[in-house]
Design a protein around this ligand. Structure first.
Ligand code: ZN
Length: 525
């Protein structure tokens, strides 16, 4: 072989592997090891969980509890050494503040039994303790309302129940099976949540009727409305559609479906049912909706103003302590940053945690953040931070461990996430699903064309417990949350260190009208 040829071959041998290497995503396995050690052996998850559940209590948007939550998170972030910690205004809140101070409901005839109950948020109070026979509204259509005219003033009114209890043969808690994960990774797969009343048409018609009934009851001057929500033996929290400044809605409580069903059946057997009930709520001057933010600043000259964002929502419903929904997500994000802080990492980009307020009333916190920093809500023009936005990762599917990640149809990140998930195969977190997942804050970023993602999580008890009085500390699976914090920390670190930001989805032209063209080419016969 001639010298020249050898040189050419050598150059080729050197360049080709370099070229190939640049094609694969680099993962710093030393750092992953350290993150795992810190997150699994030195975890603060339990302490954070106690703080944001038992200690702060429920954090309904606009309630005193929501302010306790913001304050607790800010103080904790400062203690953990995060920087630029702040409680930041996100949006106005049109419902205003509301808090419950007392809720008592018992059946007193034909015999005494007290019921767990949860007042409907943004409804009014009873005038002290109300005692008396309850009136069951046997209403199947709007026409049935006439027979109750003039009979509801000052009364306890039981709404017709919307669901019948069915025995469940599902396990109380569940994890994804390998088969389910495989299915989830397939593009055709679309798992929708079951609608509350089976089919949506029926559900929509029921909602229209229920609104009519509500208006009627209010006009008739009932003292209190009894409702049930949820499908298990605990009341689920809901809220009235109230706008601040309007008249307070009639007091209303949610009972367990079993309590509702028992009284309805007694009345249908012509047995008079009496109750005593007292509800004390307070409408308070509305604070705004806030986000709690903290970060580890970036260190690279060129990249330090770019942001990798981790988020979850800090608001909850008022029945439990919003543990699975979504204190779990908040503490995982805080713990992920704590891990990185404790390892003294020097990320090239800034890694920021944002705990969103007002998610349950329409993604208010994250949308407020997008409007403030990223996209002008009126002109749709990008703000300066838009081009510095590297990635967003969200957790809001309960306490279950990560089983992988949803791509949100962003095929461009698949090879990146495949590499990032490899070190966590032994934790069962390797599934990548192309599909969208919705219902929470990553959508605020995805909607404006930024790379926003949510992890796939085991369901555990989420479907039974979310928004109910049983969404408390006990619903948290600490071992799962520790793993989630470790994986989140690794994702945040990788996103902060790689040369380029994560790719967004390329903009697409809207489709042309195909049908018109077809009809001219293929005349009907
Ligand atoms: Zn949630």
């Amino acid at each position: 072989m001639k010298i020249k040829k050898i040189v050419v071959s050598l150059v080729f041998l050197l360049i080709v592997p370099l070229f190939l290497m640049s094609q694969t995503e680099k993962v710093d396995l030393n750092m992953i090891y350290r993150i795992k050690q810190e997150g699994l052996k030195n975890s603060a998850i339990e302490e954070l969980a106690f703080g944001l559940t038992d200690l702060t209590g429920p954090r309904l948007t606009g309630s005193a509890g929501s302010l306790r939550g913001y304050e607790w998170a800010k103080k904790k972030m400062e203690e953990l050494g995060f920087q630029n910690v702040r409680i930041e205004e996100a949006r106005d809140f049109n419902r205003g503040g509301w808090d419950n101070y007392k809720a008592y409901a018992a059946m007193t005839a034909p015999y005494y039994i007290n019921f767990a109950c949860n007042p409907v948020a943004w409804t009014g109070s009873t005038n002290g303790i109300i005692k008396g026979e309850i009136i069951f509204l046997d209403v199947k259509s709007e026409n049935d309302l006439g027979k109750y005219k003039g009979k509801l003033t000052g009364k306890i009114v039981l709404m017709p129940s919307t669901s019948t209890y069915e025995v469940s043969y599902e396990p109380l808690a569940s994890r994804f099976t390998d088969e389910q994960l495989k299915e989830l990774s397939m593009a055709v797969q679309q798992q929708g949540r079951r609608s509350p009343a089976g089919d949506y048409g029926n559900f929509a018609a029921q909602m229209v009727l229920r609104n009519k009934i509500s208006e009627f009851i209010k006009a008739e001057g009932a003292a209190v409305i009894l409702n049930s929500a949820g499908t298990f033996n605990v009341p689920r929290s809901t809220g009235a559609r109230y706008t601040k400044g309007n008249q307070e809605p009639v007091a209303e409580v949610n009972l367990p479906v079993e309590a509702h069903g028992r009284m309805e059946r007694l009345i249908k057997h012509n047995i008079p049912v009496e109750m005593e009930i007292e509800i004390q709520n307070k409408f308070i001057e509305a604070p705004k909706i806030y986000n709690v933010i903290g970060e580890i600043p970036g260190t690279d000259k060129q990249l330090k103003n770019e942001v990798v964002l981790l988020g979850a929502h800090i608001d909850s419903w008022h029945g439990g302590t919003g543990a699975a929904d979504d204190a779990s997500g908040c503490i995982v994000m805080m713990e992920a940053l704590r891990i990185l802080k404790n390892l003294d990492v020097a990320p090239r980009r800034t890694i920021r945690v944002a705990l969103w307020g007002g998610e349950e009333q329409g993604l208010n916190g994250s949308r407020g953040y997008v409007e403030k920093y990223l996209v002008d809500p009126k002109t749709k023009e990008h703000k300066p931070d838009f081009d510095k936005f590297a990635a967003y990762f969200n957790m809001d599917n309960g306490s279950g461990k990560y089983r992988g990640i949803y791509l949100q149809e962003n095929d461009m990140v698949r090879p990146v996430f495949e590499e990032w998930l490899k070190p966590f195969a032994d934790m069962g977190a390797s599934t990548i699903a192309i599909r969208n997942t919705g219902g929470t804050d990553h959508q605020s970023f995805d909607a404006v064309g930024l790379p926003g993602f949510q992890f796939i999580q085991d369901e555990i008890e989420y479907d039974r417990g979310y928004h109910t009085v049983m969404d408390t500390y006990e619903r948290l699976v600490m071992a799962d949350l520790k793993q989630n914090a470790v994986i989140t920390a690794a994702f945040a670190y990788n996103a902060a260190m790689r040369d380029a930001k994560l790719p967004g989805k390329p903009a697409m032209k809207p489709r042309t009208n195909v049908l018109q063209n077809q009809s001219s080419q293929f005349p009907m016969n």
